[in-house]
Every structure is written in C-alpha cells, then in structure tokens.
Ligand binder design. Structure first.
Ligand code: ZN
Length: 386
C-alpha cells in the first residue's frame, strides 16, 4: 500500500514537473516576439500589353508582356510563403489589343476584359485605378472592373455633388480596404495581420480626362486625403498600411497645386508603412543610383518608407521583402528590401530572358490577339483610304 502511494506520488511529481516545464515554455514563447517575413509584389502600368508581343514590329519580344511577368509572380510566390500581390493601375488602355477591346461592343454585355481574364489567374489581393482607366468613359470602366475578381480601392476620387461642403462628399470607389491576412511566422505559427490598403491617384487625371470627369467626379489632393483616411484605418485596426499610388516621385507638370500630389509627399503621411507606385513608367529602386534627398536607392526607401515602382508593360516585378516583428501586439517593420526585378538580364550587351511566358495567358488570349491583328489590318486599310 505504501509502495503504491509512493509510486502514485512520484508519477504525480513527474507530471507536475512536466506540466510546469510546459507552462514555462509557453510563457517564454509568448514573451518571444513573433517574426514574420512578408513579401509584397507589385505590377503597374501594364497598359494591356498582356502578351510578349511588339505590335509595331509585329513580332514577339522578350522585353515586356504581362504573360512574362506573370511567370515571375508565380516564382516570387513560390519563394516566400507569405505574399501579397497588388496592381497600381493603367491596365485597360495602351496596346492595340486594348483599343480593339474598347471598340468592340460585346464588352458592354457579358464578356470579361482579357486583362482581367489574365490577372484573375494570379490571385491579386487588390488594385487601384490609373488615369488611363478613365480614357474610355465611366460606363466602360465600371463594366470592365466588374470582371476583376479582386477589389479596387481609391480614396481621392469623389462624386461631384456640386457644392463646397465637404462633409457629405461621397467616394466613387471604396476608399480603403482592410485585408485579414493569415501569415506563418518564423516558428511555423499562424498569425493574423490586418493589412490596410489605400489607393491614390494624381489629380491631373481630371484635367486630362475632363470629358469624363466634368460634373461627375472630382479628384482631391492626395496627401490631404491620405491624412484624413489613414487615422480611420488605424482606428479600425490596420496593423500595416500599404499605399497604392498612381503618381510619380514628382508631381505631374502643369498641375497646381503641385504640393501633396506626389510619392514623396505621401511618404510623409503618418501611418503609411509601404508605398507601391506607378504612372511615370520609371523603376525604383535603381541599383547604384543616388538621391535626390530622402530617396535611398540602396534599400529602396523614400523618406524611410519601403517603396517600389515596377516600370511598365510588365517589364519588371516590384518586390518588397518585409521582416515584421510583433511587439506588445503591434507589428513593426524591422527590416525591408525593395527590388524592381527586370524580366530580362543583359549579358555582354545581349538581352537574355529570365522567365518564360505563362502559357495559360497565351491560350486565353489567342482569340483576342487574332481579332486584334484583324482589327489592326482593317484600321490600316481605313487609314490608307483616308
Ligand atoms: Zn498613369
């Protein structure tokens, strides 16, 4: 009897020690801050160059094409398990294929724009509009965007209510998004991050596309709008705020006021953590390039904010690799690295492709491409007759 008691006691003691050890371990993992690697991907200014095709020379190219950068997106997603993918606008206007689609009445009924048929394959998390989205009018734009299986956001385009009272102004798009992102931390544990996404566009759009804006829509100052909206996103629990900015590093020429309408101004808005931008068809960061003040090409920072610009026509993929650290329930950016990755490499002055085109896109687009070529031929014929 006594032996049995000792035996039970010792088992209990062992269990107690084990449970105690587990508790201490649990406590220590709680204290240990969670580290998450998050990769943010950007495309911008695709301009419906969906295929690696040079319409001017009427032959294939290795230098651009959404079907090529699409392969790079899939590769970048395979390399890092936590990723987000965004587009920063100017999708539906630019290439002859875009012209053909816009001239074709079937798109007002039920077809999906080939740009979205292609982009929907990649699993975009969100996008914002560019100035060229407005070129074919609002009806075409709204109908086209319905084909995207990811949300669009823009904060500084408002419905023109023709009064100066600002309190009742209504946004034309969803001004911001809050995406609940599940990520896996460095210890293999699932964490949740609320990613806030705000879209902004250069106000010169309303001058360039006056015909489609007048008495319908107005565009307000980018920085002023962001300063109003970002605090609201914070109140609603955004852990990380990404700005999708369809404007260059500098404000567009001929637009007044210049202040508040460029990427450098947005980088100074309190609460914005990451900037993905487009519009000027540039690339940021550029290896070996210096300045101007506040612009760090080495790390890809603009006034300390991780930023990227991915060229145009699918010739680059924007990549921002963030290392996030959770401290007292808050996520902080511990480190970042931005890269605008080109789809070709130049070796001894020879251009070498880094990726092959994604075959699914070519397959989906073959009919549209064929019809575009016919459309181009007929247009040429008409021009000739003129
Ligand atoms: Zn643009």
């Amino acid at each position: 009897m006594k032996k049995k008691f000792v035996f039970i006691l010792s088992i209990a003691l062992i269990l107690f020690i084990q449970i105690g050890a587990k508790q201490i371990q649990a406590k220590s993992t709680n204290i240990e801050e969670s580290i998450v690697k998050l990769r943010i991907l950007e495309t911008t200014d695709i301009h419906s160059y969906l295929l690696d095709y040079n319409y001017e020379k009427r032959k294939k190219t290795i230098e651009y094409g959404f079907n090529r950068v699409a392969s790079m997106i899939l590769q970048a997603k395979r390399e890092q398990r936590n990723t987000l993918l965004f587009d920063v606008g100017d999708v539906i206007k630019g290439s002859p294929l875009a012209e053909y689609v816009a001239s074709s009445p079937m798109f007002y009924s039920n077809d999906i724009h080939p740009a979205y048929k292609s982009m929907n394959l990649l699993g975009y998390d969100a996008a914002t509009v560019g100035n060229h989205e407005f070129n074919y009018g609002l009806d075409f734009l709204v109908n086209t965007l319905m084909g995207a299986d990811f949300p669009y956001t823009n904060a500084n385009i408002y419905v023109d209510d023709r009064n100066d009272y600002e309190q009742d102004d209504i946004h034309f798009f969803q001004p911001y998004l809050l995406l609940d992102k599940e990520v896996v931390n460095e210890n293999g544990k699932i964490e949740k991050i609320k990613v806030g996404v705000i879209g902004l566009i250069t106000p010169i759009t309303q001058v360039w596309d006056k015909e489609h804006f007048e008495n319908k829509l107005i565009i307000k100052n980018m920085r002023k709008t962001a300063e109003e909206i970002v605090p609201q996103m914070k109140i609603e629990g955004a852990d990380l705020i990404i700005a999708l900015v369809h404007a260059g590093l500098y404000s567009d020429q001929d637009y007044r006021p210049k202040s508040g309408n460029n990427v450098r101004d947005i980088s100074r808005v309190e609460g914005i953590d990451v900037i993905l931008y487009g519009h000027s068809h540039g690339v940021f960061p550029v290896k070996g390039e210096k300045g101007p003040k506040g612009v760090n090409h080495e790390k890809g920072l603009i006034n300390g904010i991780p930023s990227v610009q991915a060229g145009n026509w699918g010739n680059h993929l924007g990549i921002i690799d963030l290392t996030l650290q959770k401290k007292k329930e808050k996520w902080l950016i511990k480190d970042s690295k931005s890269t605008a990755k080109p789809i070709i490499r130049i070796i001894k002055k020879k251009k070498i492709p880094i990726v092959s085109p994604l075959p699914q896109i070519e397959y989906i687009l073959s009919r549209y491409q064929q019809e575009t070529m016919e459309y181009m031929n007929s247009k040429q014929l008409l021009n000739h007759l003129d």
